[in-house]
Structures are given as structure tokens and as C-alpha cells.
Write a protein that binds this ligand. Structure first.
Ligand SMILES: [Zn+2]
Length: 314
């Protein structure tokens, strides 16, 4: 079901949709649409308003109304940069997520007045692409360029918008057709993540607790807590998981992701134990399937650098 160049819609149950970001669209992360029967929830709001506007259209078309509540899964801007489109709805996040978002909104306001560094960064990435011959590296650069172009395009119309309701623990939305459980899971991908569970449909929207068939982004994460949560989720009565990045998946994807986090931490741990440097760690490779995952984007380098700092203390 194609609704937009920014995402593809996947119906998971009657009235429940995953919006999976396209590789070169303005969404960058995934989102969800949940019709509770008498009200609609949106889960995450994409990186840019161009993509969020299409999500808002899809919400009207598929559920007949604007969302009552838009849930923001965590503080990373690729999940809330499009929020202005939903300014008439309640925008809900954990208190820690809201606190982390506020300074970023101020930074964005400054960028709006001075887009020069985005323009410079775009020209630099374009120059790197023209000199790159490796197909996988070209792909990663093409994704970066597309992302930078979408951001530049959005800057003049950006109206930074922040969560106007916060919660701790758990909220249950009791709709006329289904209920949904919003659960703050604490530390994991960030210092405060949340997820939305639909027990009747055995579906969960898990934000960036889930990166499927792609490397998780770990620099702001808490690996032990994250792995523990992924293992706990494996015991839930849920079959379908919508990640923040990558395709809709299952418990197999949760297990693989936990294995990636453990493999990355172990790879860095061995280098630290042997007295090696961060560059020694960066020269290592992960086992399959993670080695294939590591080619797109710069997440491997960011993850190794963060793990090295954490494990070596410098
Ligand atoms: Zn994230």
C-alpha cells in the first residue's frame, strides 16, 4: 500500500498500520497509525514535516480523523522533527524525553537563521560521493545526501514543536475497538524509551528499541539494559514488532539485535583488554549477518567509538 514517497504503509490488523520509511524519503525513521475505534493514535512523527504531512493525510484517509494523541518514543530528532504537522493533537512523551528535546529545539531554531553549515555539509558529502567507487559506501553517502537535502528544504518552514504532555510508567488507552498500552521502558536505546503494545492484536510499536536488519545506533544507549529489555520482550505475547528503523519484524529480529549489541561490546572489550586503541577496534569486523549490516551508514564507527570510550574510560 503506497501512500507516499516518504514511507510505505503496512496494515498489521484492521485499523493498525506501520509506516516504514523509504530509504531516500524525508521520514528517515518509522511511524505507526492506530485506530482505537473512537480515537486515533500516531506513534512517532518522522524526521521532517514533509513526511509527517503525508502521515497526517494517511491518518485522515484511513481513520477518518486527526490523531487525538501523538506519542514520541524517545528524544532523537529523527522521530519528532515532523511534529509541527500534529500541533493540534496532544503530544505525549516521557518527562525525561521532553527535557532532552527542549535544547535540541533551540538548536534547530538557530539553524533556521543560519543554514550555512547544513549547506557546507551537503556540498562536502556530494564531493565525497563523486570520488567514491565502493558501491556500499556510495549507498551510504546517497542516503546522507538525501537526508541533508530534506533537512535544508524543511528549515525555512520549521516550527519547532515539543511534547505538551508527559507520563511515567504506563498509560492504557481504552478505545471502542481496541486498547493500547503505552509503556515507559526506561534506559535502553536512550535514557528513556517508550513503546506501544496492542495486546489483542499481538503487535508492538517499539521505536528505536528495535533496529531490524540494520545496525542499531548505540552512542546514547545503555547496552546491558537494552539487551535485558530485548530478552524480556522475547517472552511477551506479541508476534509483530514495528522497529524505529528497518522492516516490520518478529522475535527473531529482537534476538539478532541483542546478539549484535553483545558482539559489538565484546569486539571492543577484546581490544581494550589487549591494550589496543580505538583505531584497532575500528579495524575489527563483526561476524555475519552483522558484517553485512555494517556497510550502510556510519553506525558501526559511532558504536565502536562510544563503546571504546565507555569501556576504556577515555
Ligand atoms: Zn534513536
Amino acid at each position: 500500500m503506497n501512500a507516499s514517497e516518504h514511507f510505505t504503509l503496512h496494515q498489521l490488523a484492521d485499523g493498525v498500520y506501520a509506516a516504514i520509511a523509504t530509504e531516500l524519503g524525508a521520514g528517515f525513521s518509522n511511524a505507526g497509525l492506530i485506530d482505537l475505534g473512537d480515537q486515533t493514535l500516531v506513534f512517532d512523527a518522522f524526521e521532517n514535516p514533509q513526511a509527517a504531512a503525508h502521515l497526517s493525510n494517511a491518518c485522515q484517509r484511513l481513520t477518518g480523523r486527526d490523531p487525538a494523541v501523538v506519542i514520541i518514543s524517545h528524544w532523537h530528532p529523527d522521530h519528532w522533527g515532523g511534529l509541527q504537522v500534529f500541533a493540534g493533537s496532544s503530544i505525549l512523551a516521557t518527562q525525561e524525553t521532553r527535557v532532552a528535546i527542549i535544547p535540541i529545539v533551540e538548536e534547530i531554531a538557530q539553524d533556521r537563521g543560519n543554514p550555512a553549515h547544513w549547506e557546507a555539509e551537503l556540498r562536502e558529502t556530494e564531493a565525497r560521493l563523486s570520488g567514491e567507487t565502493d558501491a556500499n559506501k556510495r549507498k551510504a553517502l546517497e542516503i546522507s545526501i538525501s537526508r541533508q537535502r530534506h533537512t535544508l528544504e524543511a528549515l525555512p518552514v520549521l516550527k519547532p514543536t515539543i511534547p505538551n504532555q508527559t507520563f511515567e510508567g504506563k498509560i492504557i488507552f481504552h478505545g471502542s475497538q481496541r486498547s493500547a498500552e503505552l509503556i515507559a521502558t526506561g534506559k535502553g536505546h536512550t535514557l528513556s524509551d517508550c513503546l506501544l503494545r496492542l495486546p489483542q492484536e499481538q503487535v508492538a510499536f517499539i521505536g528505536d528499541i528495535g533496529f531490524f536488519q540494520s545496525q542499531p545506533f548505540m552512542p546514547y544507549g545503555f547496552p546491558d539494559a537494552w539487551v535485558a529489555l530485548l530478552k524480556e520482550m522475547a517472552g511477551w505475547d506479541i508476534d509483530t514488532f514495528v522497529p524505529g528503523h528497518g522492516p516490520v519484524g518478529s522475535k527473531t529480529d529482537l534476538a539478532l539485535e541483542a546478539d549484535y549489541i553483545l558482539a559489538l561490546e565484546a569486539l571492543v572489550g577484546q581490544v581494550v583488554q589487549a591494550g589496543g586503541s580505538v583505531n584497532d577496534a575500528l579495524r575489527q569486523t563483526l561476524p555475519e549477518p552483522f558484517a553485512t549490516w555494517q556497510v550502510v551508514g556510519h553506525r558501526f564507527e559511532a558504536n565502536v567509538r562510544a563503546a571504546f570510550k565507555r569501556q576504556s574510560g577515555n
